[in-house]
Design a protein around this ligand. Structure first.
Ligand code: NAP
Ligand code: GFB
Length: 301
């Protein structure tokens, strides 16, 4: 069996990879190059799926820009360089559609990645992540290493970060709706509810990434999405159905909307995997809500 190391193995995406060596910051702090080298020494992997990162939603990215820049630039630089030092021939790392330019022709295509500044709400994270793309292309060119990147849209699923300040929208809404139902209070949504997002279920991201590790060899990244946009209002109403929430829903105009939309062109992933079945949002939400009920309050929050 292939020895695959998964960094960020305790996270939303990393925890979806079965039969791999999953590590988290509890074992190795990847901000520290020596510990990163020790991780490779201890695990002796053949392949690497690099998920580890400082990750957060609109609130986390906007309020902690310094941390998001420093930690992501260090973690990526250390892991990709340590992989090279240990002779890893095949590695996949993660970018995100929020790192694309904010003012660019839609839908987003892989080749637009560096064509202008990202949205101000997450620019620190975006530039740090763009540098992983630069490092991986450089290592492919100079050392001939089969390193690549995948670029998912907004991911959700079990084992997410349900923190109400730094978490992404779907885990935050599930947590808020649970509390509003329990306490019989209204539920508050940031912004107008009009922004559009494409949501992909975590296990779909893991399955597509595992395929890319062994079959995708281009230096340009590949967008992982179902290409289907939903408004925040749409997902709130779908979630209210799933959680049978009948209470008041209040949109807070004094809270940020962030980027209005980031639609993607999925012709590349469709070319490679025309028959891939994406998990419908209602099914993915139902599985995530079940996981939340079964694990609350022992969740990241
Ligand atoms: P996550 O749930 O927040 O998990 C982050 C993982 O990184 C955790 O396992 C964490 O370990 C580890 N980590 C953080 N700092 C570390 C450090 N200093 N040393 C070692 N490990 C560290 O993240 P995710 O949502 O699964 O994201 C996985 C990848 O997908 C990331 O590269 C992210 O940028 C990308 N992505 C995510 C989304 C999304 O919507 N979530 C969208 C597009 C791309 P601990 O548990 O020990 O802290
Ligand atoms: O998921 P989210 O935080 O990230 O927000 P982004 C998505 C949308 O949900 C925004 C709205 O329009 C928010 O205004 N929203 C409504 C909420 N209520 C809430 C709430 O309670 N919590 C949150 N978090 N949002 C992120 C980037 O942007 O996309 C990250 O900042 C990351 O770097 C991620 O890459 C994929 O989609 O706006």
């Amino acid at each position: 069996m292939n020895k695959i190391l998964v960094t960020g193995g305790s996270g939303l995406v990393g925890s979806c990879f079965d039969n791999t060596i999953m590590v988290s910051s509890k074992q190795y702090d990847l901000l520290d190059f020596k510990q990163t080298l020790k991780m490779f020494d201890d695990t002796q992997p053949e392949y690497v799926i690099h998920c580890a990162a400082k990750v957060g939603g609109l609130g986390g990215n906007s309020n902690y820009k310094g941390d998001f820049y420093r930690e992501n630039i260090l973690i990526n630089t250390n892991v990709i360089e340590a992989a090279r030092v240990y002779g890893i021939k095949n590695l996949v790392a993660f970018l995100s559609t929020c790192i694309f330019p904010a003012n660019v022709e839609y839908p987003l295509r892989e080749e637009y990645l560096h064509n202008g500044p990202p949205h101000t709400s997450n620019d620190a994270y975006a530039y740090a992540k763009r540098m992983a793309d630069v490092q991986i292309r450089a290592y492919k060119e100079q050392y001939g290493l089969n390193y690549k990147t995948v670029t998912p849209t907004n991911i959700y699923g079990p084992n997410d970060n349900f923190n109400l300040e730094t978490g992404h929208v779907l885990p935050s809404l599930i947590h808020k709706m649970y509390l509003a139902k329990r306490d019989n209070t209204p539920m508050y949504i940031w912004g107008s509810g009009n922004p559009l997002r494409e949501f992909i279920y975590s296990q779909d991201v893991a399955d597509l990434t595992m395929w890319c590790l062994f079959n995708y060899n281009e230096s340009e990244t590949i967008i992982l999405s179902n290409g289907f946009e939903l408004s925040i209002k749409d997902v709130v109403n779908t979630l209210a159905d799933v959680m049978e929430f009948k209470g008041d829903i209040i949109y807070q105009s004094d809270k940020p909307d962030g980027q209005l939309r980031k639609p993607t062109d999925i012709s590349k992933i469709k070319k490679y995997l025309p028959n891939f079945q994406f998990t419908p949002i209602k099914d993915g939400l139902a599985k995530t809500v079940d996981w939340f009920y079964n694990n609350y309050p022992y969740i990241r929050s």
